[in-house]
Write a protein that binds this ligand. Structure first.
Ligand code: PMP
Length: 460
């Protein structure tokens, strides 16, 4: 296909002049370089721009449009709710029907030891809620000195002040004065980047756990409030953990009274082939952060799912101290909640968790068959419908391409062939996280386009 894009009309000019975009090179955008697309429509796993170009979206926008584009059931639910009641707040016990129904649906799907869900707007604010409630929990229990939070390098937890501090990608910290003091980062479970090439995966896991334990001892276990991690790291490179990783981390945290926040903004609601990554990888979190798949991004909504043991302390605390002074105007927004109810219904009705469990392994199999032998392919990995291919100059010698331009070049070459995949920010990594309705034929198209793009950029 040929992609043609208008760049010189009013809309493009106004975009450059007035609109400060997230995660975009400001000067280049203003000059019209790096102009993105003006997207106008979509159906299934395909998005359409205003010039009529169609792209197969193998990243579900930002791994969020899980049910795919153009679902009229969700649009109708949003329209009906907007007509009936666009908004009323949920402070002071006020409520709305879609939020009540959605809370029930979320808790029916959450791991059994979880108790209640608090609704916010975006993954970032849900993570901030979780940290604040973790601090509140420790204060109520008489341990106010537990303030520090451990996350991991390569983790992504948002762009707020606290969530951005927990994020472990240097680009989100430098020249922003982050992380805040007390936000610590331990090592990422990225076996390919192990400190010593001769380490087995089991030895690497031992090393990770020793380093975590050493950090906790050095800081003082009694000063640490929580550990936050994605069951499968997303933005840091789509990194399924080594076998047994979460059981070992959980044991360390339990021994030191440290709460676990499972950030399931990406992994929640089916992406790993299970409803939650916590189920699949055996985590026993005190908080689960949800967003993206909760509404498939048809409207903004996030949530903090809270465990029974934390809720017990919060309930007792409120008997003594009164109102939980935390909330956003738009918490449990009725229009977003209606989108959530329609989304989770659709996930069930279309069997999308099962589809992720079946089509995901097919994607890995096709990637390995077509690109596994390429001289620059260091690793092909994934779980459910999350996959990545990582490139190195010389994998056997553990020599990386420097600088990290190969990933962006490959994703650009794919886009020119009509398929969207994401160059992940930390490494020459192409990530795949398509809508959960992705078909085998769409996998075949994606892998064929990737292969052509790799050949163009790196040779055959
Ligand atoms: N946590 C994870 C794991 C994420 O991937 C993201 C967003 N990509 C966030 C939190 C932040 O969510 P939001 O952008 O909705 O604030």
């Amino acid at each position: 296909m040929t992609v043609t894009t208008r760049i010189n009309d009013d809309l493009a000019a106004w975009d450059a002049e007035h609109f400060l975009h997230p995660t975009t090179h400001i000067a280049n955008h203003q000059k019209g370089i790096m102009a993105g697309r003006i997207v106008t429509g979509g159906e299934g796993s395909t998005v359409i721009d205003r010039d009529g170009n169609r792209f197969l979206d193998a990243f579900a926008a930002l791994y969020c449009v899980n049910v795919g584009y153009g679902r009229t059931e969700i649009a109708d639910a949003i329209a009906k709710q907007a007509r009936d009641l666009a908004f009323f707040h949920t402070f002071g016990g006020n409520s709305n029907e879609p939020a009540i129904r959605l809370a029930k649906m979320v808790m029916e799907r959450a791991p059994a030891h979880m108790s209640k869900v608090f609704f916010g707007l975006a993954g970032s604010d849900a993570n901030e809620t979780n940290v604040k409630l973790a601090w509140h929990y420790h204060i109520l229990r008489g341990e106010p000195q537990r303030r520090k939070v451990i996350s991991r390098w390569r983790g992504y937890h948002g762009s707020g002040i606290v969530s951005g501090s927990m994020t472990g990608l240097a680009g989100y910290h430098t020249r922003m004065g982050l992380p805040l003091p007390g936000f610590l980062h331990t090592d990422a479970p990225h076996y390919l980047r192990r400190p010593d090439a001769s380490m087995s995966e089991a030895q690497f896991l031992d090393w990770l756990i020793e380093r975590l334990e050493a950090m906790i001892q050095a800081e003082g276990p009694e000063t640490i409030a929580a550990f936050v991690g994605e069951p499968v790291m997303g933005t840091g490179g789509i990194l399924p953990p080594p076998e047994g990783y979460w059981a070992r981390v959980q044991e360390v945290l339990d021994r030191h009274g440290i709460l676990l926040i499972a950030d399931e903004v990406v992994t929640g609601f089916g992406r790993t082939g299970a409803m939650f990554g916590s189920d699949k990888f055996g985590l026993r979190p005190d908080f689960i952060t949800i967003a993206k798949g909760l509404t498939s991004a048809y409207a903004p909504l996030s949530g903090s799912i809270i465990s029974q043991r934390v809720m017990d302390v919060l309930v007792a605390g409120s008997e003594e101290h009164g109102v939980l002074a935390h909330g956003f105007t738009y918490s449990a927004h009725p229009v977003s909640a209606a989108a959530g109810v329609a989304t989770l219904d659709l996930v069930d009705r279309l069997g999308l968790v099962q589809n992720a469990a079946e089509v995901g392994p097919y994607l890995i199999e096709r990637l390995r068959a077509e690109l596994g032998q390429h001289a620059n392919v260091a690793e092909i990995r994934g779980v459910g419908l999350m996959a990545a291919i990582e490139f190195m100059e010389d994998p056997a010698a553990m020599r990386w391409f420097e600088p990290m331009t190969v990933g962006p070049k490959i994703s650009a070459a794919m886009l020119a062939r009509g398929v969207m995949a994401r160059a992940m920010p930390e490494g020459n990594i192409i990530g795949f996280a398509p809508p959960l309705c992705f078909t085998r034929a769409e996998v075949d198209q994606t892998v064929a386009v990737l292969k052509a793009a790799v050949t163009e950029v790196l040779g055959g």
